[in-house]
Design a protein around this ligand. Structure first.
Ligand code: NAD
Length: 324
C-alpha cells in the first residue's frame, strides 16, 4: 500500500452487508472494567480519540461489566456529537451477568434495554453472544427468527453470532436460510498463538458472511501487563505467552504491536476488534496499523515469537455446553 494511503485506517467490506469497517475496531469490554479499573473520563477520551483517528466500529454487550460497558459507550458516542451514520455499533443478546437466555422473549426485550443504555435508535449489528452456552438448535429455530423480526422493525440492521469453538458457526450457518446470519464474531482464534480461524475463512466467504475477529492480544496474554485473573487459558499457554512477552521486552520490542499487526495482515477478516481503555492504547494500536501498511512488520521478531509459542500453537480451552 502506498505511504499516502496509510495516513488513515483501511476500511474493509463486511460480507454482504454493504458496511465498511475500519481494520481496527474498538472493543468496549474494557469500558465495563473487565480488564481492571478505568475512569469514565479515560473511557470517553479513548472512544473520542479512536473515532478521530478513523475507527468507525465499536463493539459492546450487556454482559460486559453487567451493562456498564454499554452505558459508558453510549455516553462516549453521544459526546462525539456526530451524525449517527458516522459510526457502526454492535451489541449482543443472550449473555447477561445473571446467566444465559436465548429465548425469543428475552432477546426481544434485550434490544430495547440495550438501545436505551446506548442512547441509540438502532444498532448496526446485533449478535447472539457466546452461543455455545445455549442450545444451538434453539439459536437456529427460535433466537434467529426473533432477531429477524427486530431487523424488520428497524431496531437492528444486521444479525451476528459469536462464540469460541469454531464448529458452532458451521453448525448454525448450515441450518439457516442464506442471509439470516450476516456476520460472525470469533475471538482468540486469529492471533500469533492461535490462527485456526484461517481454515474457516473460505467457507464463510462462500456463504457471504462477514468476519469479525476479536482479541488479537489473546485477551491480554500478549501484553506486558499479562492477562486478567479470570483468563481461561491453561497455565502452559499463559507461561508460553509470558515467555514471548519477556523475550520482546528484553529486546526493546512491543509484543502487543506485533500481535495486532499479525492479526491485521489477513484482509479476508473485516476488522480486528481490540479492547481499549485509554488514549495511549488507542494511539499505539492505530500507529501499529499504519506502520504495518507503510513499512510492514518486524518479521524477525515475529519468527522468534512464533518459535517460542510453537509448543502451544493453536491450544485453546473448553467453552460452553456443547463440548461436554
Ligand atoms: P484483546 O486481545 O483485545 O486484549 C484486551 C486487553 O489488552 C485489555 O486489557 C487492553 O487494555 C489491552 N490493550 C489494548 N491495547 C493495548 C496495547 N497497545 N498495549 C498493551 N495493552 C493493550 O481482548 P478483548 O478485549 O477481550 O477483545 C477485544 C474485543 O472483542 C472485546 O472488547 C469485545 O468487544 C470483543 N470480544 C467479543 C467476544 C464475544 O463476543 N464472545 C469475545 C472476546 C472479545
Amino acid at each position: 500500500m502506498a505511504a499516502a494511503a496509510a495516513q488513515t485506517l483501511q476500511l474493509r467490506p463486511l460480507g454482504n452487508t454493504g458496511l465498511k469497517l475500519s481494520s481496527v475496531g474498538f472493543g468496549a469490554s474494557p469500558l465495563g472494567k473487565v480488564f481492571g479499573d478505568v475512569s469514565e473520563q479515560d473511557a470517553i477520551a479513548a472512544v473520542r480519540e479512536a473515532f478521530r483517528r478513523g475507527v468507525n466500529f465499536f463493539d459492546t454487550s450487556p454482559f460486559y461489566g453487567g451493562t456498564l460497558s454499554e452505558k459508558v459507550l453510549g455516553r462516549a458516542l453521544k459526546a462525539l456529537g456526530v451524525p449517527r451514520d458516522q459510526y457502526i455499533v454492535s451489541t449482543k443478546c443472550g449473555r447477561y451477568k445473571e446467566g444465559f437466555d436465548f429465548c425469543a422473549e428475552r432477546v426481544t426485550k434485550s434490544i430495547d434495554e440495550s438501545l436505551e443504555r446506548l442512547q441509540l435508535d438502532y444498532v448496526d449489528i446485533f449478535h447472539c453472544h457466546d452461543i455455545e452456552f445455549g442450545s444451538l438448535d434453539q439459536i437456529v429455530n427460535e433466537t434467529l427468527p426473533a432477531l429477524l423480526k427486530l431487523k424488520q422493525a428497524g431496531k437492528i440492521r444486521f444479525i451476528g453470532i459469536t462464540g469460541l469453538p469454531l464448529g458452532i458457526f458451521t453448525y448454525v450457518l448450515d441450518r439457516v436460510p442464506p442471509g439470516t446470519v450476516d456476520v460472525i464474531l470469533s475471538y482468540c482464534h486469529y492471533s500469533i498463538n492461535d490462527s485456526t480461524l484461517e481454515d474457516l475463512l473460505p467457507y464463510l466467504k462462500s456463504k457471504g458472511v462477514g468476519v469479525i475477529s476479536a482479541s488479537p492480544l489473546s485477551m491480554g496474554l500478549l501484553t506486558e501487563a499479562g492477562g486478567p485473573e479470570w483468563h481461561p487459558a491453561s497455565s502452559e499457554l499463559k507461561a508460553a505467552c509470558r515467555a514471548a512477552v519477556d523475550h520482546c521486552k528484553e529486546r526493546g520490542k512491543n509484543i502487543s504491536k506485533l500481535a495486532l499487526q499479525y492479526s491485521l495482515t489477513n484482509t479476508d477478516i473485516s476488522t480486528i476488534l481490540v479492547g481499549m481503555k485509554s488514549v495511549k492504547e488507542v494511539e499505539e494500536n492505530i500507529a501499529a496499523a499504519l506502520e504495518l501498511a507503510t513499512v510492514g512488520m518486524d518479521e524477525e521478531a515475529l519468527s522468534e515469537i512464533t518459535e517460542i509459542l510453537k509448543p502451544v500453537k493453536n491450544q485453546t480451552w473448553p467453552s460452553g455446553i456443547q463440548q461436554r
